[in-house]
Design a protein around this ligand. Structure first.
Ligand code: GAR
Length: 230
C-alpha cells in the first residue's frame, strides 16, 4: 500500500500491474484516472497472454512497460496453468507489483497467484455477481429475463468470479437490448467503478473480513435505488 513506511520515508505510489487479453478499455480508464490525478497509483507493467492484444499497444502509447507472456509452451503440460502463473508471478515480483488488476483477462487464475497475493488481485466482471458468472454474461442476463444487471469489481479468490465484492454498478436491461447494446452501457459503468475501486485500495480504505469488504470514509446516505422498468 502507498503511504508512510513508518521509517520516516514516504513510499512511492502504489505499484499496479495489469493483466489483459483484449481491447484494454478498462486499462485505459485506469490510465486516464491516473493521468487526471484522481488515482494515486502508477501502472508499472501491463502483461498479456495475447501477443496482439490492443491493451499492450495502449500501454506502449502511454510509455508503460508491456510484456507478452506466451502461454503456448504450457499447453498440454501436466501443471501447465500453474507453471504459466509461476511465470506471471516472477514478472510481478520483478516489477515489485503491489496490486494486480485483471481487466478482460480471459484465463482462470490459479492458486499459484492467488495464494501469493491474497486480497491483492482485483477483477472486473460485467454482471452483478453472484448472478451470471462466467462468459457471455450480457446475453445470459437478457435471455434470463433479468431487468437489472451491471458490473462488479471484486478481489480474486479460487472460485471463478466468487471473491469478495468491492463495488458494483447497476444497469437496467431494456426490452430492445442486444448483448452488444447492453455490454456498451455496462462497460461505461465499468470505466467508473474500476478506477474507483483501485483508488479506494490505494488510499488504504478497504478492509476485507471474510466475504465482506468494508470501505472507510464513504457517505452514510444510501444511494437512490435502481428500479427497472420504471
Ligand atoms: C469487460 O467487459 C470486462 O468486464 C470483461 O471483459 C471486458 C474487457 O474489456 N471481463 C470478463 O468478462 C471477465 N470474466 P476491455 O478489454 O475493454 O477492458
Amino acid at each position: 500500500m502507498s503511504g508512510s513506511t513508518g521509517k520516516g520515508k514516504v513510499r512511492e505510489r502504489l505499484r499496479v500491474g495489469l493483466l489483459a487479453s483484449g481491447r484494454g478499455s478498462n486499462l485505459q480508464a485506469i490510465i486516464d484516472a491516473i493521468e487526471a490525478g484522481t488515482l494515486p497509483a502508477q501502472i508499472v507493467a501491463v502483461f498479456s497472454n495475447k501477443k496482439e492484444a490492443p491493451a499492450l499497444e495502449r500501454a506502449r502509447r502511454h510509455a508503460i512497460h508491456d510484456v507478452f507472456l506466451d502461454p503456448k509452451p504450457f499447453i498440454n503440460q501436466p501443471d501447465g496453468r500453474m507453471d504459466y502463473d509461476r511465470l506471471v508471478l516472477e514478472e510481478l515480483r520483478k516489477h515489485d507489483v503491489d496490486l494486480l488488476l485483471l481487466a478482460g483477462y480471459m484465463r482462470i487464475v490459479t492458486p499459484v497467484l492467488i495464494n501469493a497475493m491474497p486480497n491483492r488481485i482485483m477483477n472486473i466482471h460485467p454482471s452483478l455477481l453472484p448472478s451470471f458468472p462466467g462468459l457471455e454474461v450480457q446475453k445470459k442476463a437478457i435471455e434470463w429475463g433479468a431487468k437489472i444487471t451491471g458490473c462488479t469489481v471484486h478481489f480474486v479468490s479460487e472460485g471463478v468470479d466468487e471473491g469478495p465484492i468491492i463495488i458494483q454498478a447497476a444497469v437496467p436491461i431494456l426490452e430492445n437490448d442486444t448483448p452488444e447494446t447492453l455490454a456498451a452501457r455496462i462497460l461505461a459503468e465499468e470505466h467508473k467503478i474500476y478506477p474507483q475501486a483501485v483508488t479506494l485500495y490505494a488510499e488504504g480504505r478497504l478492509r476485507v473480513n471474510g466475504r465482506r469488504v468494508y470501505l472507510s470514509g464513504m457517505s452514510d446516505v444510501p444511494p437512490p435505488s435502481v428500479i427497472s422498468p420504471t
